[in-house]
Design a protein. Structure first.
Length: 401
């Protein structure tokens, strides 16, 4: 482990605490701590709070008040461990290839091939084991894709097809749902060719697209839960504006790719078979003077594509929320919409911050449902207390007799 750490430290891959690199607030810095924190928040908010797949799983949990927090705790722990193990595997692969980088030597053409290549080099002499490891990876990804396709097909069937055919039988709906899942699978296969030709790696492409499109859906949820001023039409306009902005930055950045600093690699040991000669070779050494991404920043319209993909999600949320508020306010002024939002549909935090909200927001909230719940609970508690008093008095009477 000491050799792995030393090789990565010499190459500059462990200088993640240097202020001039990763403590920057510049959104054009590709990987900063603040940018990664914002991107991770947006991605996991969308994955575990705004998708049909997770909603179906939440509905399957027991309504005992313990299952959901326990599920989130386990999921958070697994996500942290997955990230840590992924980073550790990356350090190990570089240390293994420090004298002969397979990408620089043209042995591979994509970063996505590094892990399978490492598995084959390490365990290729063991029959069946490399295939077992790779099949486990593909099985995990296919299980997630299958659940996502089935849930998306269910939403498409319920929201778009059944309103047009209200008399559709359950048997027909099942067949249509299967065809929708098949069509979604075909779209995903076509997207693999797009991801292959982008040339930045499948994981980076998935993060960029997920952060760009997922943040828009998360922004609509945030607007609906925390902003009572936002109405349906305003949310739709905000969703369209946020989607256009995120597609412009996300997909445009994949096509007009920004400058990405390449840490040093070596190919000096690719043709060396003598172990002693390999041990005498030096590891790639990072030169701090070569770190100058500011000189590669572009101006004009292309300057927007220099914004890191880690910031696209939070910027998209700002565009979506602001557009939703502005257009909802305009629509309310034009149509004089007086419809109120039930407080059950809003975050409980708004009821605690009721005094600090603008009057326009307070007027949009209907608290009658809360009063009814309070009345029902008080009536239940009063009845319970009356029953307890009657039972106690009966016991006293019986004891006297």
């Amino acid at each position: 482990m000491a050799e792995i750490w030393e090789a990565n430290k010499l190459s500059g891959r462990l200088d993640f605490l240097e202020p001039y690199k990763f403590m920057s607030f510049d959104p054009r810095v590709r990987h900063s701590l603040l940018g990664l924190a914002c991107h991770g928040t947006m991605v996991y908010t969308f994955l575990y709070g705004c998708t049909q797949t997770t909603f179906q799983r939440y509905m399957a949990l027991k309504k005992d008040g313990k299952s959901l927090p326990l599920t989130f705790s386990i999921t958070s722990f697994v996500a942290v461990m997955f990230g840590a193990l992924s980073a550790l595997i990356g350090l190990i692969i570089f240390a293994k290839n420090k004298h002969c980088d397979p990408l620089a030597n043209r042995d591979l053409f994509s970063k996505d091939q590094l892990y399978p290549h490492y598995v084959m080099r390490l365990m290729g002499h063991l029959p069946g084991l490399p295939g077992f490891i790779l099949s486990a990876i593909f099985s995990a990804s296919l299980s997630s894709l299958s659940s996502m396709m089935s849930s998306t097909a269910a939403v498409f069937l319920q929201e778009f097809i059944k309103p047009c055919f209200p008399k559709m039988t359950d048997k027909t709906a099942t067949v249509v749902s299967k065809f929708v899942s098949l069509a979604l699978g075909g779209v995903m296969v076509l997207l693999t060719f797009f991801a292959k030709n982008v040339g930045v790696g499948l994981f980076t492409t998935a993060l960029a697209i997920g952060g760009a499109l997922g943040s828009t859906s998360a922004s609509v949820f945030v607007s609906g839960i925390f902003l009572p001023i936002v109405n349906q039409k305003g949310a739709i306009i905000g969703f369209i504006a946020g989607s256009a902005y995120s597609i412009f930055l996300g997909f445009g950045g994949l096509i007009n790719r920004p400058y990405v600093y390449r840490y040093p690699v070596s190919t000096a040991g690719c043709n060396v078979t003598d172990v002693n000669l390999l041990n005498n070779l030096t590891s790639p050494v990072y030169d701090p003077s070569t770190w100058n991404p500011q000189s590669h920043y572009r101006s004009g319209l292309n300057g927007f594509y220099d914004i890191s993909y880690t910031w696209i999600g939070i910027l998209d949320m700002l565009v979506t929320v602001i557009a939703s508020i502005v257009f909802s306010h305009i629509i309310n002024l034009i149509k004089k919409d007086t419809e109120k939002v039930d407080s059950k549909l809003l975050s409980p935090l708004l009821t605690h911050a009721y005094c600090f909200m603008p009057k326009m927001w307070r007027d949009r909230i209907n608290f009658n449902d809360c009063d009814e719940e309070f009345t029902d609970e008080s009536n239940k508690s009063t009845k319970k207390e009356s029953v307890e008093v009657l039972s106690e008095s009966s016991e006293v009477t019986n004891s006297k007799l």
